[in-house]
Design a protein around this ligand. Structure first.
Ligand code: PPE
Length: 305
C-alpha cells in the first residue's frame, strides 16, 4: 500500500500528456473484465546517472503478457523502453518506479475483448520501500494464505495481468488484517508459489532454493537477477518445489521483486527465522551495487536515462 506521488507527465499512446489528463472512460473494457497487462520497473540513481533496471526485459515481458492474452500491443519493446526513458526525463526524476500498462480501452463491451482498442500508458512516480521502512534491514513477517494461487491453467504466472492481482489482493488483505506484512500463496498442489507481489527464496545449509516457474510463480526479473548474481558469487541455486515446512526450518528466507527489491523474511506463520542472514544480506548488497551502476560486468542490465 502506498499513496501516489503526483508528477508532471504520463506517456499515453505515444505522447506525453499532463498527469491530470491521463484519464479513461468508465466503460473502459479493462475496468469491467480485467483485460490489462502491466509491468513494474525501478529506476535507480547510480554512479553514472540514473538507469532503469532491466527496463528492456520488463518491456519484453509486457509484450509477451499481451501475446498470451491475445492483445497485440501496438509498440515494440524497444519503443516502450525509449518511451519510459523519455517519461522519466520529462518528469526530472532521478529515482522512481515505472508502471507501464496496456489495457483494452473504450469501444465494446462483453467478455470477448478483441473488438476493444488497446491503450498503453507509462506512468512514473517516486516509490520508497515496498514493505515498510524497516523491511530491507530487519525483514518482514509473513503468513501462508488460506487463499490458493490461481492455477497455471486458469491464469498462468507467465502473464502479469491486472486480473491476477485480485488473487494477490485477497491474500494480502488477509495477511495484513492478521498483523503480518505479507502473504505467501501455495499453489493448487500445496507447493509454495510466491508472495502476493514477490518471488520467494530459502537458504538452507548454504544452498539457495526457489520454486520453479511450473509451480505458478511469475518469472520475476529480480528472481532471475538474484539467481544469476548468486551463481556468479559461487552459491548453488536450485529451482525446485518447496513445501510450507521448508520455510519454517530454513536458515534464511527472502522475497525478491521490483518493488520489494531483496527483502529478508524474519518469521513465517510466527516461526522465527534467523534472517536477515548473511547470504540474504550479501545478495541484497550486491543487487543494490549492480542496480546503482557500481559493478561494470552487469552494466548491460541498466538502461541509461
Ligand atoms: N510475483 C508477483 C506476484 C509480483 O507481483 C512480482 C512483482 C514479482 C513476483 C516479482 O517480479 P519482478 O518485479 O519482475 O522481479 N510485483 C510488482 C507489482 C507490485 C505492486 O504492488 O504493484 C512489482 O514489484 O513491481
Amino acid at each position: 500500500m502506498a499513496a501516489i506521488v503526483e508528477v508532471d507527465y504520463i506517456w499515453k499512446n505515444g505522447a506525453l500528456v499532463p498527469w491530470a489528463e491521463a484519464t479513461t472512460h468508465v466503460l473502459t473494457h479493462a475496468l469491467h473484465y480485467g483485460t490489462a497487462v502491466f509491468e513494474g520497473v525501478r529506476c535507480y540513481k547510480g554512479e553514472n546517472g540514473s538507469a532503469g533496471f532491466r527496463l528492456f526485459e520488463h518491456m519484453e515481458r509486457l509484450v509477451q503478457s499481451g501475446k498470451i492474452i491475445m492483445m497485440d500491443i501496438p509498440f515494440t519493446a524497444e519503443q516502450l523502453t525509449e518511451a519510459a526513458l523519455e517519461t522519466i526525463r520529462a518528469n526530472k526524476l532521478e529515482e522512481c518506479y515505472v508502471r507501464p500498462l496496456a489495457f483494452r480501452g473504450y469501444g465494446s463491451m462483453g467478455v470477448n475483448p478483441t473488438a476493444a482498442p488497446v491503450d498503453v500508458i507509462i506512468a512514473v512516480w517516486p516509490w520508497g520501500d515496498y514493505l515498510g521502512d524497516t523491511a530491507l534491514k530487519e525483514g518482514v513477517s509473513v503468513a501462508i494464505s488460506t487463499w490458493r494461487q490461481r492455477s497455471v491453467n486458469a491464469l498462468p504466472g507467465a502473464v502479469k495481468s491486472t486480473a491476477s492481482y485480485l488473487n494477490s489482493g485477497l491474500a494480502n488483505i488477509e495477511a495484513v488484517g492478521h498483523g503480518y506484512s505479507e502473504a505467501v500463496l501455495l499453489n493448487e498442489n500445496g507447493y509454495i508459489a510466491e508472495g502476493s507481489g514477490e518471488n520467494i527464496f530459502i537458504v538452507k545449509n548454504g544452498i539457495i532454493s526457489t520454486p520453479p516457474l511450473s509451480d505458478g510463480c511469475l518469472e520475476g526479473l529480480t528472481r532471475d537477477s538474484i539467481i544469476t548474481i548468486a551463481r556468479d558469487l559461487g552459491y548453488e541455486v536450485q529451482e525446485r518445489s518447496l513445501v510450507r515446512t521448508e520455510l519454517y526450518t530454513a536458515d534464511e528466507v527472502f522475497f525478491t521483486g521490483t518493488a520489494a527489491e531483496v527483502t529478508p523474511i524474519n518469521a513465517v506463520d510466527r516461526r522465527r527465522i534467523g534472517s536477515p542472514g548473511s547470504v540474504t544480506l550479501a545478495l541484497q548488497e550486491r543487487f543494490f551495487n549492480i542496480a546503482k551502476g557500481r559493478v561494470p560486468e552487469y552494466d548491460h542490465w541498466l538502461a541509461k536515462v
